[in-house]
Write a protein that binds this ligand. Structure first.
Ligand code: NDP
Length: 326
């Protein structure tokens, strides 16, 4: 028997309780993994609280991420003892996920854990950190260089945001961090490398189709008005890597930044990101993220604390990354 967080549905409510499962309860898959850590992402918050209605089949084990060691594998790419990471692919949404001491998944969904990594580090990074890296790579591929100008990161106190601030600063970019919690988190954001911290409310005002040019690049985790304002303020030829909807999925913008300033919108997805790109992003994020990030912006919780933290993350009250120790 092993411990798992199990989601069930009662009427329209989602209930989350720690319970016991056995290996025979696990869904089909080629690789059985002894999971030592998972992490809490915004999407886990939506799943565990039921707010997001992203779980269709109950009971469900949540957890879109995990790290652990292979117990057995019918796929030749993996053998017992291999250290592996999983993020995305609908795990923790429609296939039982990482918030359990064991998981059985398809081999295609796994990434071998890089030598320089351990399970705790991998999950301090998790989906959020991987996505931050993919956003930074998207800006680099769009030829946004440190000398191009300022880079805005929205939702900067969150998981994706705080890693993006750190990675960009490490690469020599001048980062402006936008947050709804400037009073609480300015010091942290500056310690991670933000040159400037601005209030989220500055970007939530009604905006004209084009505003004064301010940003060479944007990493947006928030969407909605904040992103619309950022787009109106982009420099000629700038690029915005967008991955999130913490402020809503709407995008109340106009075509003006795109057709008059050549602004580029770069969509970033980590869930179905192909293996080679994923592996390259893991390698780079591990190289770039300094030890100080984990100490300053990481916290560790246990399985029974997940419901409380899930509630907090959907309310925008979690700072940095949350590791779930199993
Ligand atoms: P977090 O909750 O850790 O971070 C989100 C941040 O957004 C918060 O910390 C807060 O930052 C800000 N925020 C919260 N609520 C609001 C609001 N109502 N209006 C404006 N800003 C708000 O989540 P993650 O970092 O895990 O994820 C961020 C977003 O990215 C989510 O929407 C998530 O679904 C998405 N995502 C997408 C991925 C992809 O593959 N495309 C992968 C991973 C995440 P502050 O207080 O500093 O303003």
């Amino acid at each position: 028997m092993f411990n798992a967080l199990i989601l069930t549905q009662e009427g329209k409510s989602t209930l989350a309780n720690v319970g016991q499962l056995q290996v025979s309860d696990l869904p089909e898959g080629e690789v059985l993994v002894d999971v030592s850590c998972s992490s809490l992402n915004y999407k886990d918050g939506l799943a565990v609280t039921g707010i997001g209605r992203i779980i269709r089949n109950f009971p469900m084990v949540p957890g879109i991420d995990f790290a652990g060691v292979v117990i057995e594998s019918s796929d030749l790419r993996y053998k017992a003892g291999d250290r592996v990471i999983l993020t995305g692919w609908g795990v923790g949404e429609n296939h039982w996920g990482g918030m359990a001491q064991k998981a059985r998944v398809n081999a295609d969904w796994l990434v071998p854990m890089p030598e320089a990594c351990d399970a705790e580090k991998a999950m301090m990074i998790g989906t959020a950190g991987l996505t931050a890296m993919l956003c930074v790579q998207a800006l680099q591929e769009a030829n946004i260089q440190p000398e191009s100008g300022d880079i805005l990161v929205t939702g900067a106190s969150g998981g994706v945001g705080s890693v993006a601030v750190t990675l960009l600063a490490q690469l020599g970019y001048k980062v402006v961090a936008s947050t709804g919690r400037a009073e609480e988190n300015s010091e942290l954001l500056r310690s991670l490398g933000a040159a400037e911290v601005i209030e989220r409310s500055e970007l939530e005002q009604d905006t004209r189709p084009l505003e004064k040019q301010r940003w060479a690049g944007v990493v947006d985790t928030v969407g909605n008005k904040v992103l619309a304002t950022a787009l109106a303020q982009m420099n000629y030829g700038g690029a915005a890597a967008i991955c999130g909807l913490a402020g809503g999925f709407a995008l109340p913008t106009t075509v003006m930044p795109f057709i008059l300033r050549g602004v580029r919108l770069l969509g970033v997805d980590s869930v179905s990101c192909p293996f080679e790109k994923r592996q390259a992003a893991w390698k780079q994020v591990l190289e770039l993220l300094p030890e100080s990030y984990y100490q300053a912006a990481g916290q560790t919780i246990t399985l029974d604390q997940v419901p409380e933290y899930a509630d907090k993350i959907v309310k925008g009250q979690v700072t940095g990354r949350v590791l779930v120790k199993l």
